[in-house]
Design a protein around this ligand. Structure first.
Ligand SMILES: *[C@@H]1O[C@H](CO)[C@@H](O)[C@H](O)[C@H]1NC(C)=O
Ligand SMILES: *[C@@H]1O[C@H](CO)[C@@H](O)[C@H](O)[C@H]1NC(C)=O
Ligand SMILES: CC(=O)N[C@H]1CO[C@H](CO)[C@@H](O)[C@@H]1O
Length: 628
């Protein structure tokens, strides 16, 4: 308690310095004043900041001195966290909130004065010479990449109570998203090093952004699976904090209804990844280690790594500072469009514009039809899939200016048209893809469009929401996400010459999906199309009801005829030639009832399970050359 006298001294010196005296404190927050002696100088500074920012209501319900003292300290612990995790501190947050809430109230359109046009970028077609060249450049460049996975959200919306990274991406092998992502990065690392001239010790770094909701379970998933083959030092977790909720247009912070010494908080959005990377110091470490590219990606897109090599090749070839991965998009389809915005004052930016803003913006700027398809049958504005490739050095330069702060937005649900009260507390949000908003006009911002079937099948909707999706639109469910993997693998093998029949249409959980043969392979078997072409010949055929797992690197399919289930496990040093006719009863997809509570959530949200009736399993655990 020796500190008390010292603290009192600091209080008086603070009062003199900043002018807001303890008398002000006493007037606006009497119970805070009475308790100043239990607070540190920093806590008092924070208390004054709160009062200066119009937050005296936070102290109105404080108990008399001596009551709830521990809770009062917890209150300031939380304030300290909220202050330190936001660029510019809590005072900036409150001021930004006041401005954005005022704009929201007056209905100010953030795009006023901007004219939308189609930016320049690359449109790729899977398997052609151009695509193959970009893929090869991308693999070469991968040793200079770092990956950043944003995974702060839970799977509640999916009907899954675990973290999304733990969800199987498909149920033939059962590999979860995180396993698939890590094995893809390791395969890129090995392939890139094989192509490097001279020694290559590259370990591609992986950062996972977690939140309080996902952090512990992400650590557990990694540790209980030996990091899926990565070196533990190769993986870094950065946890994002939530932000304070706001009760009204004056940005008064919302007190938690359960605890008057706590401020209610909500997620701020994946835009936090930039300030976390900045404050972690990792970017400079990467720069010193020769990293040139930072690839941002999301937690449940099982196709993404099929698009990464070509997209990285585009970044490298075109020297893009920012490269947004995109897919062809029908006009008015519910996916944001990558758009160049030119302001009447000369400002320009290339940015994601949400579909419900793009169409009115086109109409307001002399295109009475709004967003329409062109002669290709698609909108000229590519669909943003929120996977970004940033060149590291310009990224570091930019973050030095912004400290990683991203343009935010607020989306309050008003009680009525006076827009004075909210239905529930709101908060500021920010999105990873809004990073280019602050870039100078000299920045090289482009995009890479891929075939949707190759690049994009996120799992985000639960079965009931997915079944309500208007016909022809993607379900984005666990069912469609899994089927998309089989379709992509089948189409790739087909393009390489294998005979693969058309799919059959089946209904699971009320969703009509194409069912292709359930073909899966480890990323190290084939990362890019030229790998597939060297490993499959045109004499291969695989029936629609077949399943195949290729779990090995040097497996060559030659004149294989498969009707049933085939599993090949081999060590990297074994070269296995697979040919001839394989026929068995195979693995059957069996529809299940979503509401059958005896089944696991993983199975229920797909609407089917795999009945493993019969299979041929081949194991090659020793080096050597084999064939069957
Ligand atoms: C609050 O955050 C601001 C901005 O980062 C910082 O300058 C200030 O020192 C912080 N206050 C305390 C008491 O930590
Ligand atoms: C599951 O049960 C709910 C409520 O009983 C029902 O509305 C829903 O349609 C059922 N879902 C499926 C896929 O059977
Ligand atoms: C907060 C807490 O207030 N506890 C102290 C408040 O101040 C009075 C007087 O300084 C103390 O007696 C309480 O213990």
């Amino acid at each position: 308690m020796a500190a008390v006298g010292e603290t009192a001294e600091k209080i008086s010196s603070l009062s003199i310095k900043d002018g807001s005296s303890n008398a002000d404190l006493a007037a606006s927050a009497p119970n805070l004043q009475k308790n100043l002696s239990i607070l540190s100088a920093e806590q008092i500074e924070l208390a004054k900041m709160l009062l200066d920012e119009g937050q005296s209501h936070l102290f109105a319900h404080w108990s008399e001195p001596g009551v709830d003292d521990e809770e009062k300290k917890f209150f300031f612990d939380q304030i300290t966290r909220l202050n330190s995790s936001y660029p510019g501190g809590l005072a900036s947050y409150i001021r930004n909130a006041r401005n954005l809430l005022a704009d929201s109230k007056t209905g100010k359109n953030p795009f006023d004065g901007f004219n939308p046009s189609v930016p320049s970028g690359e449109v790729l077609t899977f398997g052609d010479d151009n695509f193959v060249k970009f893929e090869e450049n991308g693999v070469k460049e991968a040793k200079n990449a770092a990956f950043v996975l944003v995974a702060g959200g839970l799977g509640e919306r999916l009907g899954y109570s675990g973290i999304k990274l733990a969800l199987p991406s498909e149920s033939t092998t059962g590999a979860c998203f995180l396993q698939h992502y890590i094995e893809s990065i390791l395969a890129l690392q090995d392939a890139s090093c094989r192509l490097a001239q001279g020694p290559c010790q590259s370990q591609i770094p992986l950062v996972i952004m977690t939140s309080d909701d996902t952090h512990t379970r992400t650590v557990d998933l990694l540790e209980s699976n030996s990091y899926f083959g990565m070196k533990p030092t190769q993986v870094k977790l950065l946890k994002q904090e939530k932000v304070a909720c706001l009760d009204d247009n004056d940005a008064r912070l919302a007190v938690d209804p359960q605890n008057k010494y706590k401020i209610q908080t909500k997620p701020h959005g994946h835009g936090d990844v930039h300030s976390l990377l900045y404050s972690s110091g990792l970017l400079d470490t990467w720069h010193d280690a020769g990293v040139k590219w930072v690839l941002f990606f999301q937690d449940t897109n099982g196709l993404l790594f099929k698009a990464i090599p070509a997209a990285l090749g585009v970044s490298f070839t075109k020297e893009y500072h920012v490269n947004s991965l995109a897919v062809r998009r029908k006009a008015k389809e519910a996916i944001g469009g990558i758009t160049k915005l030119t302001h009447t004052d000369g400002r320009t930016m290339v940015i994601n514009v949400e579909y419900n803003q793009l169409d009115p913006l086109r109409r307001a700027t002399g295109h009475p039809d709004g967003d329409v398809n062109d002669e290709t049958g698609f909108s000229p504005f590519p669909g943003n899939i929120n996977q970004l490739i940033l060149a590291l050095d310009p990224y570091i330069e930019e973050l030095k200016k912004t400290r990683g702060a991203i343009k935010e937005f607020v989306n309050p649900k008003y009680k009525d048209s006076t827009k004075t009260a909210f239905k529930s507390a709101t908060r500021l949000e920010c999105m990873m893809q809004d990073y280019p908003k602050t870039l100078p006009p000299s920045a090289r911002v482009g995009f890479t469009v891929m075939d949707t079937w190759l690049a994009y099948a996120p799992v985000k909707n639960n079965p009931e929401d997915a079944a309500k999706v208007p016909k022809g639109n993607p379900y984005h469910s666990a069912t469609s996400g899994e089927m998309a993997i089989y379709r992509a693998n089948s189409l790739i093998l087909r393009k390489a010459g294998a005979q693969i029949p058309d799919p059959v249409v089946q209904v699971f959980n009320g969703q009509e999906v194409e069912v292709w043969p359930r073909i899966t392979w480890k990323p190290k078997w084939a990362l890019i199309f030229s790998d597939v072409k060297t490993k499959v010949n045109s004499g291969c055929s695989i029936s629609q009801q077949s399943s195949m797992i290729i779990n090995g690197q040097n497996v060559f399919l030659q004149d294989l005829s498969l009707d049933g289930a085939l599993v090949i496990n081999s060590v990297d040093e074994a070269e296995v030639k697979v040919s001839g006719c394989v026929q068995n009863k195979g693995w059957i997809l069996e529809p299940v009832d979503y509401n059958d509570s005896s089944l696991s959530e993983e199975v229920r949200i797909r609407g089917f399970k795999i009945e493993k009736v019969d299979q041929l399993e081949m194991n090659y655990a020793e080096p050597g050359k084999f064939s069957f």
